[in-house]
Design a protein around this ligand. Structure first.
Ligand code: CTP
Ligand code: ZN
Length: 154
């Protein structure tokens, strides 16, 4: 019988971002600034069947391990994601991303008049009111920020 399954290759060294909310793979690619120009294999799979999520997206990046700040950004866009670090084909680390209740420094307030956007030394700060769909409330001006507002900044 002919095998009708096309399996996506494993990677040798790099990062697999798994369990991304379906439809959000390209946002993850954008957040990470992956252009494909560095030459490593980049695999993007969308709407793959998943036990946990029903459907999920996956992004595999050969030759790159993510920085903590990049992982924090992914948590904003894909709060169920798992970050797998691969070395010599083995998963050596697996971490579920985690969105903290309070977010500092990775996002700016969308309100230009907010004190956190002035010349005052005030660090941005948001409360996570809802993870999915994303809703962040500015501590200073109360402005609500959604995923589109956040994506524009990355
Ligand atoms: N993976 C890969 N290349 C490797 C090893 C793993 O691309 N050399 C991918 C797998 O295809 C999978 C993810 O990394 O999408 C995590 O691998 P693994 O932990 O083996 O899979 P699961 O047990 O299914 O993961 P989970 O329990 O997180 O669902
Ligand atoms: Zn504000």
């Amino acid at each position: 019988m002919e095998d009708t399954t096309l399996r996506v290759s494993k990677i040798r060294n790099g990062t697999v971002i798994d369990h991304i909310t379906s439809g959000h793979a390209l946002d993850v690619v954008k957040i990470l600034g992956v252009s494909g120009k560095s030459g490593g294999i980049v695999t993007i799979a969308m709407n793959v069947p998943s036990k946990r999520l029903g459907k999920k997206d996956i992004v595999k990046i050969e030759g790159r391990e993510l920085k903590a700040e990049e992982v924090d950004r992914i948590a904003l866009i894909a709060p169920n994601a798992t970050i797998n670090i691969i070395r010599e084909y083995k998963v050596v680390e697996k971490n579920r991303v985690k969105l903290p209740k309070v977010i500092r420094d990775i996002v700016k307030c969308a309100n230009p008049a907010c004190i956190s956007n002035s010349n005052e030394p005030v660090e941005p700060m948001f409360y996570v009111e809802n993870e999915e769909p994303l809703s962040l409330r500015c501590h200073y001006c109360g402005r609500l920020m959604e995923r589109e507002d956040v994506l524009k900044q990355f």
